[in-house]
Design a protein around this ligand. Structure first.
Ligand SMILES: NC(=O)c1ccc[n+]([C@@H]2O[C@H](COP(=O)([O-])OP(=O)(O)OC[C@H]3O[C@@H](n4cnc5c(N)ncnc54)[C@H](OP(=O)(O)O)[C@@H]3O)[C@@H](O)[C@H]2O)c1
Length: 268
């Protein structure tokens, strides 16, 4: 099992000196990957005082809180696309001045289909949740991060190349990947590491919603994995300071193929 406890040794000392709570902030914690990040942190970390879990469905967050045994969970029900909600989070950060050891931006939405058939709202929502909210969350939380802290941005293997009938989603994740790689270079000298997670299809609510309840295509079904190993690898890769976390041989092959083959080939 992963351990993010490498700073545990100076934990007590720094707590006494600063009295700032060591926390993790996790978006998308009401479901799928975000929820799994919280669960695996409860198993693998002993130095976090509190984990702040963010999503709109409060009841789900409260259920998750009950499961945790090694840290306190602060339930923060908010819509990350709503500026008033985000301002409340900023106020909370300013009040508590926590030492954010880990930020996981896992919230995300996707809707497959031909561009002309998507609604304005679906297009806007993908850009707002996947791009705007992720940038804003990162920007608001980063000032509370110190040396040896980590950011995990959940992108997607869709970020590697344009994708027909998933065009907006793939483009939104390409933004996450591009932005995050640049930010990683900017914050390296602050001692903060950043890992971009680029999974292929995972069995979560996301798949059902993105397909509009329709049966998955056979090839996609074949490479669909469960959430636990994807998150375990992401935590391992973040601890190792890796730039990218790509779970499974099929998605690693997609990554390599996207580097050497013309993207037009895939679009056909
Ligand atoms: N599952 C896959 O096949 C797959 C593959 C590659 C990448 N990804 C990426 O992995 C990440 C996690 O996806 P998942 O599979 O765990 O999906 P999921 O189970 O559908 O979870 C999505 C999470 O995002 C939160 N969310 C959505 N809109 C929000 C908003 N406006 N405000 C606050 N929270 C919001 C949801 O919470 P509430 O609804 O409670 O607000 C939920 O917790 C996403 O970024 C997704 O793009 C998923």
């Amino acid at each position: 099992m992963n351990s993010l406890d490498e700073n545990e040794g100076d934990n007590n000392k720094s707590k006494v000196l600063t009295m700032n709570k060591r926390i993790a902030v996790i978006t998308g914690a009401s479901s799928g990957m975000g929820q799994e990040f919280v669960r695996q942190l409860d198993i693998c970390t002993r130095y976090m005082d509190e984990v702040w879990v963010i999503a709109r469905r409060e009841e789900r967050l409260l259920e998750l809180k009950k499961e945790m045994t090694h840290f306190d969970v602060r339930v923060i029900p908010l819509d990350i696309c709503n500026n008033t909600d985000l301002d409340k989070l900023s106020e909370l950060l300013a009040e508590e001045m926590p030492d954010v050891r880990l930020l996981v931006n896992a919230a995300g939405v996707g809707k497959a289909g031909r561009f002309v058939e998507l609604s304005h709202w679906e297009i806007g929502n993908m850009i707002n949740v996947n791009c705007k909210a992720l940038l804003e969350m990162t920007h608001r939380v980063l000032p509370y991060m110190k040396r040896n802290s980590r950011i995990i941005q959940v992108a997607s293997a869709s970020a590697f190349m344009p994708q027909k009938e998933f065009s907006v989603y793939a483009a939104s994740k390409a933004l996450v990947l591009s932005f995050s790689r640049a930010l990683r270079a900017e914050i390296r000298d602050m001692g903060i590491s950043l890992t971009v997670v680029c999974p292929g299809p995972i069995k979560t609510e996301f798949l059902e919603i993105s397909n509009g309840g329709q049966e998955q295509k056979p090839l996609k079904k074949l490479v669909t994995v469960s959430v636990e190993p994807v998150v375990a690898k992401a935590l391992r890769d973040a601890k190792a300071g890796k730039e990218l976390s790509i779970y499974g041989i099929p998605m690693q092959m997609v990554y390599v193929a996207s580097k050497i083959l013309p993207h037009g080939l895939f679009l056909k």
